[in-house]
Design a protein around this ligand. Sequence first.
Ligand code: PGA
Length: 256
Amino acid sequence: MKTYIVGNWKLNFTVGEASIYLHKLLKTLPNYRDIEIVAAPSTVALQPLSLQIDRHKMKLAAQNAFYRDYGAFTGETSFTQLRGLVDYAIIGHSERRYILGEDDKTVAKKVAAAIRNKLTPILCIGETESERAFGETADVIRDQLLGGLSEVADDDLDKVIIAYEPVWAISSGKGAKLATPDEISEVVKLIRKILGETYGTKLAEQVPVLFGGSVNASNAGAYLTVPGVNGLLIGGASLILNEFADIIEIAKRVRV
Ligand code: PGA
């Protein structure tokens, strides 16, 4: 399986800044066959960056889109419109769940819409600090995982990527803490167990599981060696060119 290094730029960079960043990043990148490098700029930058990107070196992701393909949905962008611009779409990020009110039903429709439009959904799941404190982590993971996949046909499970992002470890959260490799390993095992029970172990093993939450160049190596982790979803550190490039280098070393 490939190692995925995904930079989630969130609401940062103007289109011009994004273009300059991408230009510099592409210059530093050789063509890594086993590492899938992905950047998720804001929607407004996707069209120009899709013309600029070298798809042999890296790919683009949307940070979100609407689940209907066309129609009277003022202000929305559909996965259909993103076809040809991006290969991936981040769906159900905790900032969308908790700041923008997205529930599992909406997330499920978006995951299905991404697949219908031949884009790979990166379904984000993760518990909050209080859910963890109350011992609810396993239930939250199960609900968000099976809820988010509820409109995916079994045959399409191999088209999905899961990102485990404990909300308490994301630096947008107040007082983010670093997740330990043991904490991550436990939840990643649980994710594969739930997938295995629902879809069969063979299919479950094919689903890449990424980790995200305050990943940087100092901890990327440790996180990438957690058993079952196939890559990283990186917010803040992906905005710093040298740091993101260092993480890609680390991913390359960890694979050898
Ligand atoms: P962070 O964000 O790396 O800044 O914690 C990760 C994410 O929200 O995807």
